[in-house]
Design a binder for this molecule. Structure first.
Ligand SMILES: [Zn+2]
Length: 299
C-alpha cells in the first residue's frame, strides 16, 4: 500500500466517523427539541411526541373568571399551564392548547366571566378527549386549575363508563401541598388569596397588582345558616360575594415558588405513574365487555 493510498483510506474513515457523529448529534438535538406544546409540533413531530409520551397527554383546564381585585381573569389558566408545561418538560407528555370551558356559573355576576352551559361543558370536554384519543392520546390527564370544576371532573371521569372508550381519563386535581414550606399568614385562602396570588407571582408576575389586593374584602361573610352537610349552588355567593376568598396582600414569591415547585414535581410524578399504568384500560375493557351481558357476571 502506498503512502498516498493509506492517506486516502484514513481520510475516508475520518469522513465516515465525522458524518455518523454529525447524524447522531442531529438526532440528539431534534430529540431534545421536541416541543411539549401540541400546537407547536409539526404533524410528523406530533407522531414522534405521541410515541415518546407513550400516548400520555395533558389537558390543563383553566377558566375565565374574576380573581379578586388584583389578579387577571385567566389566573387559573395561566397557573395551570405553567405547571403542566414545566411538568411535561420534566417527564415528556404532549400538552393540549388553552382550554377554559368549565363550570363557573357562580361568577356570572362578575365582569369577564365566560360561563358555558352544562350541556356544552360536558359535550365539548367529551369531544375534546375523544379527539385527543383518536390522535393517539390513550391516556388523557386532565390537570385541573379551577376550583369550580371539582364536581364536574369526577362526574365526567365516572361517566366514561357509560359506553366503551379506547382510552382512560385521569384527573389530577391538586394545586397546593397540604403542609410544608413558608408559614402561611392567612386561614381563609380559597380564591385569589395568599396561595393563588403567590403562585401567580411565579407564573405571571407582570399580571399581579398586589397593591390592589386590599381594595375589596375576601372575608367569609357566612350569609347562609344551614347544617354543613346540606349543599346548595348559592353557597359560594353566600360566603364570598366579591368572588374573592382570602387576602392576596399576604402573598410572597417564596410561598409561590414552594407551591409551584410542589405542583410541578407532583404532576411530573403523576405523569410517570400514568405512563406505567397498564391496569386501568385493561379493567375498563373487561368492564365494558361484562356490562353487555350483566346476567353472566359471577362473583
Ligand atoms: Zn383561581
Amino acid at each position: 500500500m502506498t503512502k498516498c493510498m493509506r492517506f486516502a483510506i484514513l481520510f475516508a474513515l475520518l469522513m465516515v466517523l465525522s458524518v455518523s457523529h454529525f447524524v447522531q448529534a442531529q438526532a440528539a438535538t431534534s430529540e431534545a427539541k421536541l416541543s411539549v406544546h401540541w400546537e407547536e409540533l409539526t404533524a410528523s413531530d406530533f407522531r414522534e411526541g405521541i410515541h415518546r409520551s407513550q400516548g400520555t397527554c395533558l389537558l390543563p383546564f383553566g377558566i375565565l373568571e374574576k380573581h379578586g381585585p388584583h389578579l387577571p381573569l385567566g389566573t387559573d389558566l395561566l397557573d395551570v399551564r405553567y405547571a403542566a408545561l414545566h411538568a411535561a418538560e420534566q417527564e415528556y407528555a404532549v400538552v393540549f392548547p388553552e382550554y377554559y370551558f368549565g363550570q363557573i356559573a357562580e361568577a356570572r355576576h362578575e365582569p369577564g366571566t365566560v360561563a358555558y352551559s352544562r350541556e356544552m361543558q360536558l359535550a365539548l370536554l367529551q369531544e375534546t378527549t375523544d379527539e385527543m384519543a383518536r390522535n393517539g392520546c390513550k391516556k388523557v390527564v386532565i390537570v385541573n386549575g379551577h376550583g369550580g370544576n371539582e364536581s364536574l371532573l369526577p362526574f365526567f371521569a365516572q361517566s366514561q363508563l357509560d359506553k366503551p372508550h379506547d382510552y382512560v381519563v385521569y384527573i389530577f386535581d391538586r394545586r397546593s401541598p397540604e403542609s410544608g414550606g413558608p408559614a402561611k399568614k392567612t386561614s381563609v385562602d380559597m380564591h385569589a388569596g395568599e396561595s393563588e396570588t403567590s403562585k401567580m407571582m411565579i407564573s405571571r408576575p407582570d399580571t399581579v397588582h398586589l397593591e390592589r389586593a386590599t381594595n375589596e374584602s375576601g372575608a367569609d361573610q357566612h350569609r347562609q345558616n344551614l347544617p354543613e352537610d346540606v349543599y346548595t349552588g348559592i353557597w359560594w355567593y353566600a360566603r364570598f360575594p366579591n368572588h374573592y376568598s382570602g387576602d392576596g396582600s399576604a402573598a410572597t414569591r417564596e410561598l409561590g415558588k414552594y407551591q409551584m415547585d410542589w405542583w410541578i414535581d407532583t404532576l411530573a410524578k403523576t405523569i410517570r405513574a400514568v405512563k406505567s399504568d397498564e391496569v386501568s384500560l385493561k379493567l375498563q375493557n373487561e368492564f365494558y365487555e361484562k356490562s353487555k351481558h350483566p346476567l353472566d357476571t359471577q362473583p
